[in-house]
Design a protein around this ligand. Structure first.
Ligand code: NAD
Ligand code: LMR
Length: 316
């Protein structure tokens, strides 16, 4: 019995994510919550012929939506419009995420919490600090979802190396989830290590700014929703497998991490091994090329700033 809750289920990500989770055989019960529209999404998904049950909750029913949830996925919050950075979303989304985290600490303090809402580099520290204040923080169960960067990296890399299939390529993408903080380690894949010079630069730039491509194409109607729902469902499925006892599941996520503590950066995305109780192991970055070392160095000050902004928002 695994109950998954989606907070923000009525939105551009929330709807297709709810659909994909309804189709996941490892989900047995799905709670859909939003300040608007969740009961309709739930009624729609509930006709799909999989065994799980689906329940929709109105805006004033958040405690009930959280009851018994083991995994909580959060895509609540506003998306970017052309010309905006993810940090421009902070003023609106920080408060939304803080309030949802407060409710989770009261009604589902043992749940795994998966943060999609941007800016992820700041919203994850916000949630961590709300949980710390409430005395419910378990760093092994809080994840910033960076899977879309991993998905993009494998797709974009396969496009520049003829004859390859993205399904056979996994690129570790480390750092954070915005612009220069997104660091693909192409040298760590068989297919990617042959990409060099201007081709490498172009590919890295496309992975770092892939989100902008979608924001521009949607022309004011939001950012990535379908690919993001796919990515979040993929991460959730991996976590469900791990919590059921499957060993050896490794994927990147933005988590509390010792890797760059020496630089004052307390959250970082790198490969993590998932286990029954959440994060079982945080992998080191491994061998980097000289160019990748430079990318990591450029990511650190930006990450530090984003993380400190989130921490400051919650206060001591
Ligand atoms: P959207 O506007 O289509 O949907 C957001 C939903 O959140 C809406 O249905 C809204 O009613 C709901 N909401 C707002 N406040 C809420 C609250 N307090 N409680 C519950 N629900 C609430 O936006 P979207 O396109 O689905 O994007 C959502 C967020 O995900 C944005 O912040 C976006 O930047 C982010 N995002 C992150 C990634 C990533 O890789 N991590 C990828 C894409 C988008
Ligand atoms: C993405 O990477 O697509 C998301 O973070 C949404 C955005 O604002 O680009």
């Amino acid at each position: 019995m695994t109950r998954v809750a989606v907070l923000g289920a009525g939105g551009g990500i929330g709807q297709p994510l709810s659909l994909l989770l309804k189709a996941d055989p490892l989900v047995s019960s799905l709670n859909l919550y939003d300040i608007r529209g969740a009961p309709g999404v739930a009624a729609d998904c509930s006709h799909i012929d999989t065994a799980s049950t689906v329940t929709g909750f109105h805006a004033d029913n958040l405690p009930k939506a959280l009851e018994g949830a083991e995994i909580i996925v959060i895509p609540a919050g506003v998306p970017r419009k052309p010309g905006m950075t993810r940090d421009d979303l902070f003023n609106t989304n920080a408060g939304i995420v803080r309030d949802l985290a407060q409710a989770i600490s009261e009604h589902a303090p043992k749940a795994h919490v998966l943060i999609i809402s941007n800016p992820v580099n700041s919203t994850v520290p916000i949630v961590a600090n709300v949980f710390k204040k409430a005395g419910t923080y378990d760093p092994k169960k809080l994840y910033g979802i960076t899977t879309l960067d991993v998905v993009r990296a494998s797709r974009f890399l396969s496009e520049v190396v003829p004859g390859t299939d993205p399904k056979d390529i996994t690129v570790p993408v480390v750092g954070g989830h915005s612009g220069v903080t997104i660091v693909p380690l192409l040298s760590q894949t068989e297919v990617g290590k042959g990409v060099a010079g201007a081709d490498w630069e172009k590919l890295v730039n496309r992975i770092q700014f892939g989100g902008d491509e979608v924001v521009k194409a949607k022309d004011g109607a939001g950012s990535a929703t379908l690919s993001m729902a796919y990515a979040a469902a993929k991460f959730t499925h991996a976590l469900l497998r791990a919590t059921r006892g499957e060993a050896g599941i490794v994927t990147p996520a933005f988590v509390e991490s010792p890797l760059f503590e020496k630089d004052g950066v307390h959250f970082f995305s790198s490969n993590i091994e998932l286990g029954k109780e959440g994060i079982a192991k945080i992998h080191p970055l491994g061998t980097l090329s000289a160019e990748e070392e430079k990318l990591v160095a450029a990511a650190i000050p930006e990450l530090k700033k984003n993380i400190e902004k989130g921490v400051k928002f919650v206060g001591a």
